[in-house]
Write a protein that binds this ligand. Sequence first.
Ligand SMILES: [Zn+2]
Length: 115
Amino acid sequence: MSELKPCPCCGSCEASIKVMTVGTFRVFCESCRLCIPGCQTREEAVEAWNIRAPQSQWISVANELPKISGPYWTFNGDDANESVIQQRVHMYDSDHRQFNSHTVTHWMQLPEPPQ
Ligand SMILES: [Zn+2]
């Protein structure tokens, strides 16, 4: 039963899925009480929780693509010139299953903004 990654706030593995009275699903951390906004399905709730989990591993686009559209930190290994800006933000479109640049070879979640 490890479909939920550790809590992005406290690192606890005591998160659980709660079905709200209005028929939405939320993931709730028993330890620090972090809670994500309600989702329509159980799967969405799990995904929304897991996407917040700490991670800093590059994922190859050949192995796995993001499941949700939005901005991602990317490595552009197919850039014409190697430079520090091979690492930058690109948008991913889950409908077309592609980044808005064909140079993206790896991606990872954006870090959380400063508090
Ligand atoms: Zn927590």
